[in-house]
Design a protein around this ligand. Structure first.
Ligand SMILES: CC(C)(COP(=O)(O)OP(=O)(O)OC[C@H]1O[C@@H](n2cnc3c(N)ncnc32)[C@H](O)[C@@H]1OP(=O)(O)O)[C@@H](O)C(=O)NCCC(=O)NCCS
Length: 143
């Protein structure tokens, strides 16, 4: 089985993951990924959860502290595991842990206008429209 570092590298460079990204649309080189992963692990502002079942990796959620009181969410469920409630489950668990670590902070998702699955997903999780740019919408769960 791949290490977490390798697994996240595989996932981030899938075409649907890159399509959903706001800042990056090109494949991420290995060295940049290693540097990013190490800085995330060393930071008190970044947490990553990887969901597994029977040694099979299902998906990941990352929550990063951005701005003053916003927790920015990045979520990716392996394509073979979607629409079975796994994204909802892993996001709820990550929110629970984040609430005790950063009490009173708001959860925020930036969703490209064409990413309907993600929009429906966050709406179902109780996220509400907050604002938008030409490229993406911001949905938030304000506590
Ligand atoms: C968005 C994503 C995380 C959803 O994960 P998932 O495990 O499939 O989601 P769930 O099974 O928990 O779905 C919960 C709800 O989300 C919505 N949803 C999920 N997939 C959907 C789809 N393809 N089309 C429309 N609605 C969808 C539905 O409302 C669903 O509830 P329902 O099953 O009662 O209809 C997953 O599609 C994914 O990893 N996409 C690629 C990466 C991405 O776009 N990330 C978000 C960046 S902001």
């Amino acid at each position: 089985m791949e290490s977490d570092l390798e697994l996240l590298f595989l996932w981030v460079n899938t075409s649907d993951s890159l399509d959903a990204k706001i800042l990056t649309s090109r494949a991420i080189p290995w060295n940049d990924h290693v540097e990013w992963f190490e800085s995330c692990l060393a930071s008190t502002k970044c947490m990553i959860w990887i969901a597994e079942k029977d040694d099979f990796a299902l998906g990941q959620v990352r929550i990063e502290l951005h701005q003053e009181r916003d927790l920015l969410i990045d979520i990716y469920i392996d394509i073979s595991q979607r629409t079975q409630g796994i994204g909802s489950l892993i996001l709820e668990k990550a929110e629970e842990e984040s609430k005790s670590r950063w009490p009173g902070y708001s959860f925020v998702a930036k969703i490209k206008h064409n990413n309907i699955a993600s929009l429906r997903f966050f709406q179902k999780q109780g996220y509400k429209f907050d604002s938008e740019t030409a490229d993406y919408m911001v949905l938030a769960k304000r506590l």
